[in-house]
Ligand binder design. Structure first.
Ligand code: 5GP
Length: 223
């Protein structure tokens, strides 16, 4: 009786550095193969083990600014002294092909998406405590102590923005947090505002055609 949108769901996941966004997403993506995670562009230098085109598109600050000027970024922000941003074209292509698109981005970028696409789904990942967040950041050994404290202070600021999101998940155990993420995505796919078409199929439905409101449709996202 109804057809839901072919266009995929746009999802934004934020959370302080060290909240476990990547671990949780990697687990959830295995269970939900229709999710495509956008590859961001950054002017940050690659960490050991990170690959260009897989973890990020690593570019110089000048190249990043060129992309901004040319209108190629769906959103971007400066975080801990480096540019980070989402290339627009690949996101649009994936959404139009029916993939659910996940952006794992910090809060300033998330708020730009909210401005452009208020129908997107906004999820915030919290660590179980600030003490645990500090412990996880130290364990990663990817930053100097000074950079680490900067990220820790930013985490407090980011958590203050929590009310701007639709859902919050506390990441105590990554597997449980990933299950919650899956549940949220599944619920979201059942929302009435994803109905694209109401159609009459069987003889029984056609018999009572005048009783059906066929205007119950929703427009696709405009990026
Ligand atoms: P990291 O340097 O730890 O890889 O990332 C730092 C922060 O930048 C994280 O909170 C991460 O989610 C965020 N980030 C990664 N890609 C993007 C992006 O494309 N746009 C924005 N706004 N933030 C991003």
């Amino acid at each position: 009786m109804i057809r839901t949108k072919k266009q995929g769901l746009l999802m934004v996941l934020s959370g302080p550095s060290g909240s476990g966004k990547n671990t949780v997403c990697d687990i959830a993506k295995k269970a939900m193969p229709n999710i495509w995670e956008s590859i961001s562009m950054t002017s940050r230098k690659p960490r050991r083990g990170e690959e260009d085109g897989k973890d990020y598109y690593f570019v110089s600050e000048e190249e990043f600014e060129e992309n901004i000027k040319e209108g190629k970024m769906l959103e971007y922000a400066k975080f801990a002294g480096n540019y980070y941003g989402t290339p627009r074209d690949s996101v649009k292509k994936m959404l139009d092909s029916g993939k659910d698109v996940l952006l794992v981005i910090e809060i300033q970028g998330a708020l730009q998406i909210k401005e452009k696409v208020p129908q997107a789904l906004f999820i915030f990942l919290l660590p179980p405590s600030m003490k645990e967040l500090k412990r996880r950041l130290r364990l990663r050994k990817t930053e100097t102590e000074e950079k680490l404290m900067e990220r820790f202070e930013t985490a407090y600021k980011e958590i203050n923005e929590l009310p701007k999101y639709n859902y919050v998940i506390v990441n105590d155990k990554a597997e449980e947090a990933a299950l919650k993420l899956e549940a949220i995505v599944n619920a979201e796919k059942c929302r009435v505002d994803r109905i694209e078409e109401v159609f009459l199929d069987t003889d029984e439905e056609k018999l009572h055609e005048e009783l059906v409101d066929k205007d119950l449709v929703n427009k696709p996202l405009d990026l």
